[in-house]
Design a protein around this ligand. Structure first.
Ligand code: GTP
Ligand code: MG
Length: 333
């Protein structure tokens, strides 16, 4: 059901759309406005709501609608109806990112999925941040070693990013430690508004910086500390929803792996320990994540990861350990 990337419009009929200048209604000044706001990718424009494009760029609503429509048509089947075999082909051909830990890769069906959001949740000290550091390095590995030959955008909301850790992990994977650090772009998010803004800004440099992985560690802590109490819950969830969808759009438009972390809180009303923790982001985060992994501590530095929700993976567990060299398979001890 794929269509050729062309659109019909006055003056630009059936012309192949390759750059934003090829879109109907996009002259020199409109192209400049789009570029200035980071709308440089046809794919990204195609999945941006016209109102947002208009708001961000100052382009009139009617023109924004026309531009988005043309971009959607230009990229063919991606945003239209697709046959199952087409989807499957894209799924199996889309690259996966190794965690550098075989057991964890295995339960994820070969690594972290691109064009999707993976959520890692667990209590304090369960290893969420350690996995994030490791992925920031493994994304830089060559493809034949399970990497994506790209850089990492690391949104750090708890000031837990540690450059020295990146260096140690890089050494283990045979990557020059300084080069590895250079390829991690960290944005410290001081509040939820700032966090959302950083992700909105990211589209401006994802391509140029060859970003292949976005980490948000933690997704929810800012929201949790700012929106306290039941009466603020609706606003918090709505903002988290917008934020998750911003991330999802980036991941689809730029073929990125997106990994977010989320804390779980002890549940004071859990009588039977059936569900002893509460997942902070609630249904919004749980449903927008494609795959969800829960972490729990075992003895010492041993941790257990469990795929708890995925559209295509069974519920399975993997055991790994945290060392000064990152996360490792247990049998490598
Ligand atoms: P919060 O962000 O507090 O919710 O926790 P988290 O899930 O992000 O935990 P994190 O990934 O920071 O894991 C912390 C754990 O890693 C601690 O329990 C430490 O024992 C372990 N850890 C961190 N650095 C090292 C290290 O260099 N060597 C070893 N053996 N363990 C380490
Ligand atoms: Mg952490």
């Amino acid at each position: 059901m794929s269509e050729s990337p062309s659109v019909k419009s006055k003056g630009k009929s059936k012309r192949k759309i390759i750059t934003i200048e090829d879109l109907p209604g996009v002259g020199v000044s409109t192209a400049a406005k789009l570029r200035a706001q980071g709308y440089t990718s046809i794919e990204y424009i195609a999945i941006t709501p016209p109102e947002q494009l208009s708001q961000d760029t100052g382009i009139g609503k009617a023109t924004a609608e026309k531009i988005v429509k043309a971009a959607r048509e230009a990229i063919g089947s991606f945003l239209k109806f697709e046959r199952g075999d087409e989807i499957f082909k894209r799924y199996v051909s889309s690259p996966r990112l190794t965690s550098g830990c075989r057991a964890l890769d295995d339960i994820l069906g070969g690594g972290f999925e691109s064009r999707a959001i993976t959520e890692i949740f667990g209590p304090y000290g369960s290893g969420k941040t350690q996995i994030c550091h490791q992925l920031a390095v493994t994304v830089q590995l060559p493809r034949e070693e399970g990497g994506l030959e790209g850089a990492c955008l690391y949104i750090d909301t708890e000031n837990s990013f540690r450059p020295q850790r990146i260096k140690l992990i890089a050494e283990r994977f045979g990557i020059d430690p300084n080069e590895a650090l250079h390829n991690v772009i960290r944005g410290a998010a001081f509040n939820s508004h700032h966090q959302m803004l950083l992700i909105r800004e990211a589209r401006k440099f994802i391509k140029d910086e060859n970003i292949k992985l976005i980490i948000v560690d933690s997704l929810t802590s800012n929201f949790r500390s700012e929106y306290v109490g039941r009466e603020t819950l609706a606003v918090r969830q709505q903002l988290l929803n917008v934020h998750m969808h911003d991330l999802l759009r980036l991941s689809l438009a730029f073929d990125l792996v997106v990994v977010v972390t989320n804390q779980v809180m002890a549940r004071p009303d859990a009588v039977f320990m059936f569900e002893p923790t509460i997942h902070v982001g609630g249904h919004i985060v749980a449903h927008t994540s494609t795959t969800r992994i829960s972490l729990r501590s075992s003895r010492d530095n041993i941790r257990v990861a469990r795929v708890v929700a995925s559209p295509h993976l069974p519920i399975r567990e993997a055991v790994f350990k945290i060392t000064e060299r990152g996360i490792e398979d247990v049998e490598e001890a």
